[in-house]
Design a protein around this ligand. Structure first.
Ligand code: PLP
Length: 394
C-alpha cells in the first residue's frame, strides 16, 4: 500500500547534503577529499555563549517557554533591530523558531493557500522552492542575471507578479552568490512590491558577514510602508557560529507572527530553551567574536579569489558577503568534455578529490558553489587540485 503523501513524493533532496554525504563516504574509505560544500562557519561557538547556556541549565531553566520564545530573547532581538536597522518592533511582532529554516517554513505555511505564487530569484537558496511547494504554493522563478551580479530588478518583479502572486523572497547577502543589494536597488524593488502588494520575505541571515566595506541595508528600514510590507528573517547560526543550536527569528506584521506562533504551538512548541539562553547571551554579550570570524572569512576570500579566477574556464564575481564563491564554470566543464556542470562537479569529486556543490540545486546550472568556511591551507590545496585537474583534462 502506498503510504507516502503526494507532497513528499515531489520533494527533491538537498543537493548540498547529497554531495556532502558522498564526500564523507569517500573520506571514510580513506580518500583524501577536501570538502568545500560546507554551509556553516568552521569556528566553535564563542565561549561566553556556551557558558551562559550551561549556567541556564544549572539554574533550572530546562522547561517549556512560550512557543514564540522567551520575553527576554524577543526583547534582545527587538533591541538588535533597533541598534542595527533602526526599526522598532513590538514584542508581538517577533517570533523565535528552531533556526531560520524553520521560521521560513512556518511563514510559508502561514501565508500560502494552494496555488498562491511566490517570486523566487535565482540563484536561490535550495530550500525556498521546496518550502513554498510544501505549503501548497507555486514558485515563480525570476532569473538574477550574471551581468547584474545575479540580482533581480524591480522591473523583473513587476512583470513576474500576477494576480496570484503573494510574496517575493529577497536574500541579501546571498547564499550562494555573496551579492548584496544596494539601498537604491532595494528602494526600487520595495516600490514594485508595494505597487503589487507583495509581502517581502527578507532573509538577512548573512547580515554580519560583509566584506570590503559593504554595508547591509534591510529593505524594512527604508520606510514605514516597507516595514509593514516586509517579514525579516534572521538568526544566530551564521553570525555567531551557532548552526547546531537552531535559533532563528522573524519580525514583521503582528497577524502573521500570531499565525506562525499558533503553528509552532501545535508542531515544535518553543525552540530549545537552552539554545534560547545561548542566543540571548549572543546578543547581550560582547560582539568581538562576530568581527573576528568576519575578518577571518574576508582574509581567506582575498587570499584565494584571484587563484580561483585564474583557473581556465572559471569566471567569478567577487562576493561582497556570506562565505561562498559562485563561479560560472560552464566553459571549464565544456573544455573538460562534459555536457553539464553537474557531471563536471561529480568528476571533480572522484578525480580531483574536491567536493563542490553544483549550481543546478540553486537554479543556476552553469555555476558551482565553493564554501570558504574552511581553513586556508585546505582551501588553497583544493583550488590547486581543481586547477591541475582542468589543465590536464582540457
Ligand atoms: N537562509 C539561508 C540563505 C541560508 O543559507 C541558511 C542556512 O544555510 C538558512 C536560511 C537557515 O539557517 P538556520 O541554520 O538558522 O536554519
Amino acid at each position: 500500500r502506498e503510504l507516502l503523501a503526494d507532497r513528499v513524493k515531489s520533494l527533491t533532496p538537498s543537493t548540498t547534503l547529497a554531495i556532502t554525504a558522498k564526500a564523507k563516504e569517500l573520506k571514510a574509505a580513506g580518500k583524501d577529499v577536501i570538502g568545500l560544500g560546507a554551509g556553516e562557519p568552521d569556528f566553535n561557538t564563542p565561549d561566553h555563549i556556551i557558558e551562559a547556556a550551561y549556567q541556564s541549565m544549572k539554574s533550572g531553566e530546562t522547561k517549556y517557554t512560550p512557543a514564540a520564545g522567551t520575553v527576554a530573547l524577543k526583547q534582545a532581538i527587538a533591541d538588535k533591530f533597533e541598534r542595527d536597522q533602526h526599526i522598532t518592533y513590538d514584542l508581538s511582532e517577533v517570533f523565535v523558531g528552531s533556526g531560520a529554516k524553520h521560521v521560513l517554513y512556518n511563514l510559508f505555511q502561514a501565508i500560502l493557500n494552494d496555488g498562491d505564487e511566490v517570486i523566487i530569484p535565482t540563484p536561490y537558496w535550495v530550500s525556498y522552492p521546496e518550502q513554498v511547494k510544501l505549503a501548497g504554493g507555486t514558485p515563480k522563478i525570476v532569473k538574477g542575471k550574471e551581468e547584474n551580479q545575479y540580482k533581480v530588478t524591480a522591473e523583473q518583479i513587476l512583470s513576474a507578479a500576477g494576480p496570484n502572486t503573494k510574496a517575493v523572497i529577497l536574500n541579501s547577502p546571498s547564499n550562494p552568490t555573496g551579492m548584496v543589494y544596494t539601498k537604491d536597488e532595494l528602494e526600487a524593488i520595495g516600490a514594485a512590491c508595494i505597487e503589487k502588494d507583495l509581502l517581502i520575505v527578507s532573509d538577512e541571515i548573512y547580515e554580519k558577514l560583509l566584506y570590503d566595506g559593504t554595508k547591509h541595508v534591510s529593505i524594512a528600514e527604508i520606510s514605514p510602508a516597507l516595514k509593514e510590507q516586509t517579514m525579516i528573517v534572521n538568526g544566530v547560526s551564521k553570525s555567531h557560529s551557532m548552526t547546531g543550536w537552531r535559533i532563528g527569528y522573524a519580525a514583521g506584521r503582528q497577524d502573521l507572527i500570531k499565525a506562525m506562533t499558533n503553528l509552532a504551538s501545535h508542531s515544535t512548541s518553543n525552540p530549545t530553551t537552552t539554545a534560547q539562553f545561548g542566543a540571548l547571551a549572543a546578543y547581550e554579550g560582547p560582539q568581538d567574536a562576530v568581527e573576528e570570524m568576519r575578518s577571518a572569512f574576508e582574509g581567506r576570500l582575498n587570499k584565494v579569489f584571484d587563484q580561483l579566477n585564474q583557473i581556465p574556464g572559471f569566471r567569478c564575481i567577487k562576493p561582497q558577503g556570506a562565505f561562498y564563491l559562485f563561479p560560472n564554470v560552464k566553459e571549464a566543464a565544456e573544455m573538460c568534455g562534459f555536457d553539464s556542470v553537474d557531471e563536471f562537479a561529480k568528476d571533480l569529486l572522484s578525480e580531483a578529490n574536491v567536493a563542490v556543490i553544483p549550481g543546478s540545486g540553486f537554479g543556476s546550472p552553469d555555476n558551482i558553489r565553493l564554501s570558504y568556511a574552511t581553513d586556508l591551507n585546505s582551501l588553497e590545496t583544493a583550488l590547486k587540485r581543481i586547477s591541475e585537474y582542468v589543465e590536464n583534462k582540457k
